[in-house]
Design a protein around this ligand. Sequence first.
Ligand code: NI
Length: 213
Amino acid sequence: MLERIRSWRERYVQYGRDALGLSLFRYYSQIYSSLLTLKNTLNSEEIGFMQVVANMFLEQLDMHYNENEWFASMDQALHGVIAAEAAWTSPGSNSIWQIVNHLIFWNEDVIHRIKGTENPHKPETNEETFGEPWDPEDEIGWTQTVQRLNEVMNKLKTVIADLDDEKLKAPYAANRYSIERLLSNVMMHDTYHLGQIVLLRKLQSSWGGVDWS
Ligand code: NI
Protein backbone atom coordinates (compact mmCIF):
# COMPACT_ATOMS: atom_id res chain seq x y z
CA MET A 1 0.00 0.00 0.00
CA LEU A 2 2.79 2.35 0.95
CA GLU A 3 4.52 1.49 -2.31
CA ARG A 4 1.36 2.31 -4.26
CA ILE A 5 0.94 5.65 -2.50
CA ARG A 6 4.59 6.48 -3.23
CA SER A 7 4.15 5.62 -6.90
CA TRP A 8 0.93 7.74 -7.15
CA ARG A 9 2.72 10.58 -5.47
CA GLU A 10 5.63 10.30 -7.88
CA ARG A 11 3.26 10.22 -10.83
CA TYR A 12 1.44 13.23 -9.46
CA VAL A 13 4.69 15.14 -8.98
CA GLN A 14 5.81 14.13 -12.46
CA TYR A 15 2.49 15.27 -13.94
CA GLY A 16 2.79 18.59 -12.09
CA ARG A 17 6.31 19.07 -13.40
CA ASP A 18 5.20 18.32 -16.95
CA ALA A 19 2.26 20.69 -16.69
CA LEU A 20 4.47 23.39 -15.22
CA GLY A 21 7.12 22.66 -17.87
CA LEU A 22 4.55 22.97 -20.64
CA SER A 23 3.16 26.27 -19.38
CA LEU A 24 6.69 27.64 -18.87
CA PHE A 25 7.60 26.51 -22.38
CA ARG A 26 4.55 28.31 -23.77
CA TYR A 27 5.34 31.37 -21.67
CA TYR A 28 8.96 31.52 -22.82
CA SER A 29 7.98 30.94 -26.46
CA GLN A 30 5.70 33.94 -26.24
CA ILE A 31 8.46 36.07 -24.75
CA TYR A 32 10.90 34.79 -27.39
CA SER A 33 8.58 35.61 -30.28
CA SER A 34 7.91 39.08 -28.82
CA LEU A 35 11.65 39.68 -28.53
CA LEU A 36 12.13 38.49 -32.10
CA THR A 37 9.47 40.93 -33.33
CA LEU A 38 11.09 43.74 -31.33
CA LYS A 39 14.52 42.86 -32.75
CA ASN A 40 13.19 42.94 -36.32
CA THR A 41 11.46 46.27 -35.68
CA LEU A 42 14.65 47.76 -34.23
CA ASN A 43 16.67 46.43 -37.17
CA SER A 44 14.34 47.97 -39.72
CA GLU A 45 14.37 51.26 -37.82
CA GLU A 46 18.14 51.10 -37.74
CA ILE A 47 18.26 50.51 -41.50
CA GLY A 48 15.78 53.36 -41.93
CA PHE A 49 18.00 55.59 -39.85
CA MET A 50 21.05 54.61 -41.90
CA GLN A 51 19.23 55.81 -45.03
CA VAL A 52 18.13 59.22 -43.76
CA VAL A 53 20.83 61.25 -45.55
CA ALA A 54 20.92 58.94 -48.60
CA ASN A 55 17.16 59.37 -49.00
CA MET A 56 17.49 63.12 -48.59
CA PHE A 57 19.89 63.23 -51.54
CA LEU A 58 17.52 61.13 -53.63
CA GLU A 59 14.70 63.54 -52.84
CA GLN A 60 16.90 66.50 -53.60
CA LEU A 61 17.91 64.99 -56.92
CA ASP A 62 14.24 64.48 -57.87
CA MET A 63 13.43 68.04 -56.82
CA HIS A 64 16.00 69.72 -59.02
CA TYR A 65 15.97 67.15 -61.81
CA ASN A 66 12.31 66.66 -62.66
CA GLU A 67 9.96 67.97 -59.98
CA ASN A 68 8.93 71.60 -59.92
CA GLU A 69 8.82 72.42 -56.24
CA TRP A 70 10.33 75.71 -55.10
CA PHE A 71 11.91 76.43 -58.48
CA ALA A 72 11.93 75.23 -62.10
CA SER A 73 13.49 71.78 -62.37
CA MET A 74 16.12 70.82 -64.95
CA ASP A 75 13.38 69.10 -66.92
CA GLN A 76 11.27 72.25 -66.89
CA ALA A 77 14.19 74.60 -67.61
CA LEU A 78 15.00 72.63 -70.79
CA HIS A 79 11.41 71.91 -71.80
CA GLY A 80 10.71 72.90 -75.42
CA VAL A 81 14.19 74.41 -76.02
CA ILE A 82 15.18 74.14 -79.69
CA ALA A 83 18.76 74.08 -81.06
CA ALA A 84 18.67 77.77 -82.05
CA GLU A 85 17.69 78.77 -78.48
CA ALA A 86 20.21 76.34 -77.00
CA ALA A 87 23.06 77.78 -79.08
CA TRP A 88 22.06 81.42 -78.44
CA THR A 89 24.41 83.47 -76.30
CA SER A 90 24.17 86.75 -74.52
CA PRO A 91 27.42 88.81 -74.41
CA GLY A 92 29.70 87.37 -71.75
CA SER A 93 27.58 84.30 -71.06
CA ASN A 94 27.66 80.69 -72.13
CA SER A 95 24.84 79.24 -74.23
CA ILE A 96 22.26 76.84 -72.75
CA TRP A 97 23.92 74.11 -74.81
CA GLN A 98 27.30 74.87 -73.26
CA ILE A 99 25.80 74.87 -69.76
CA VAL A 100 24.19 71.48 -70.44
CA ASN A 101 27.59 70.12 -71.60
CA HIS A 102 29.11 71.42 -68.39
CA LEU A 103 26.36 69.74 -66.29
CA ILE A 104 26.84 66.45 -68.15
CA PHE A 105 30.58 66.56 -67.48
CA TRP A 106 30.36 67.33 -63.77
CA ASN A 107 27.53 64.95 -62.92
CA GLU A 108 29.32 62.19 -64.81
CA ASP A 109 32.56 63.04 -63.04
CA VAL A 110 30.79 62.78 -59.67
CA ILE A 111 29.56 59.28 -60.64
CA HIS A 112 33.14 58.29 -61.45
CA ARG A 113 34.42 59.71 -58.16
CA ILE A 114 31.79 57.85 -56.14
CA LYS A 115 32.40 54.59 -57.98
CA GLY A 116 36.17 55.05 -57.88
CA THR A 117 36.44 54.71 -61.67
CA GLU A 118 38.50 56.73 -64.11
CA ASN A 119 36.69 59.47 -66.04
CA PRO A 120 37.88 59.07 -69.65
CA HIS A 121 37.09 62.75 -70.33
CA LYS A 122 39.79 64.88 -68.82
CA PRO A 123 39.49 68.54 -69.81
CA GLU A 124 42.51 70.70 -69.03
CA THR A 125 40.35 73.50 -67.63
CA ASN A 126 36.78 74.00 -66.42
CA GLU A 127 36.19 76.22 -69.48
CA GLU A 128 36.70 73.21 -71.73
CA THR A 129 33.76 71.40 -70.10
CA PHE A 130 31.41 73.97 -71.72
CA GLY A 131 32.76 73.45 -75.25
CA GLU A 132 31.79 75.68 -78.17
CA PRO A 133 28.41 77.50 -78.38
CA TRP A 134 27.38 74.75 -80.88
CA ASP A 135 25.41 74.79 -84.09
CA PRO A 136 21.97 76.50 -83.94
CA GLU A 137 20.79 74.30 -86.86
CA ASP A 138 21.74 70.98 -85.28
CA GLU A 139 18.41 69.79 -83.79
CA ILE A 140 19.56 66.16 -83.66
CA GLY A 141 22.78 67.09 -81.86
CA TRP A 142 20.83 69.17 -79.34
CA THR A 143 18.26 66.41 -78.71
CA GLN A 144 21.11 63.94 -78.17
CA THR A 145 22.77 66.33 -75.72
CA VAL A 146 19.57 66.61 -73.65
CA GLN A 147 19.18 62.81 -73.77
CA ARG A 148 22.76 62.44 -72.56
CA LEU A 149 22.04 64.74 -69.62
CA ASN A 150 18.96 62.68 -68.73
CA GLU A 151 20.97 59.46 -68.88
CA VAL A 152 23.63 60.89 -66.58
CA MET A 153 21.04 62.20 -64.08
CA ASN A 154 19.25 58.84 -64.00
CA LYS A 155 22.56 57.06 -63.56
CA LEU A 156 23.46 59.35 -60.67
CA LYS A 157 20.12 58.45 -59.10
CA THR A 158 20.90 54.72 -59.21
CA VAL A 159 24.38 55.38 -57.81
CA ILE A 160 22.90 57.35 -54.87
CA ALA A 161 20.29 54.63 -54.29
CA ASP A 162 23.17 52.19 -53.67
CA LEU A 163 24.63 54.37 -50.92
CA ASP A 164 23.80 54.43 -47.23
CA ASP A 165 24.66 57.02 -44.60
CA GLU A 166 27.85 55.23 -43.64
CA LYS A 167 29.15 55.21 -47.22
CA LEU A 168 28.15 58.86 -47.59
CA LYS A 169 30.45 59.80 -44.71
CA ALA A 170 33.39 58.04 -46.34
CA PRO A 171 35.89 60.00 -48.42
CA TYR A 172 35.67 59.42 -52.17
CA ALA A 173 38.61 58.15 -54.21
CA ALA A 174 41.87 59.46 -52.74
CA ASN A 175 40.17 62.61 -51.49
CA ARG A 176 39.74 63.84 -47.93
CA TYR A 177 36.20 65.04 -48.65
CA SER A 178 33.18 62.83 -48.12
CA ILE A 179 30.76 61.61 -50.80
CA GLU A 180 28.11 63.53 -48.85
CA ARG A 181 29.96 66.78 -49.45
CA LEU A 182 30.55 65.88 -53.09
CA LEU A 183 26.81 65.29 -53.65
CA SER A 184 25.85 68.50 -51.81
CA ASN A 185 28.21 70.41 -54.08
CA VAL A 186 27.09 68.89 -57.36
CA MET A 187 23.41 69.44 -56.57
CA MET A 188 23.96 73.07 -55.57
CA HIS A 189 26.09 73.50 -58.69
CA ASP A 190 23.28 72.02 -60.86
CA THR A 191 20.70 74.41 -59.45
CA TYR A 192 23.04 77.39 -59.84
CA HIS A 193 23.32 76.62 -63.56
CA LEU A 194 19.58 75.90 -63.87
CA GLY A 195 18.97 79.49 -62.78
CA GLN A 196 21.29 80.63 -65.56
CA ILE A 197 19.39 78.56 -68.14
CA VAL A 198 16.08 80.11 -67.05
CA LEU A 199 17.63 83.60 -67.17
CA LEU A 200 18.99 82.97 -70.68
CA ARG A 201 15.52 81.86 -71.77
CA LYS A 202 14.01 85.01 -70.27
CA LEU A 203 16.58 87.12 -72.13
CA GLN A 204 15.74 85.40 -75.44
CA SER A 205 11.99 85.52 -74.68
CA SER A 206 11.61 81.74 -74.90
CA TRP A 207 10.65 81.20 -71.25
CA GLY A 208 7.00 80.23 -70.75
CA GLY A 209 7.17 80.00 -66.96
CA VAL A 210 6.96 77.00 -64.67
CA ASP A 211 4.18 74.46 -65.06
CA TRP A 212 3.13 74.07 -61.43
CA SER A 213 0.30 71.65 -62.20
NI1 NI B 1 29.74 75.38 -63.08
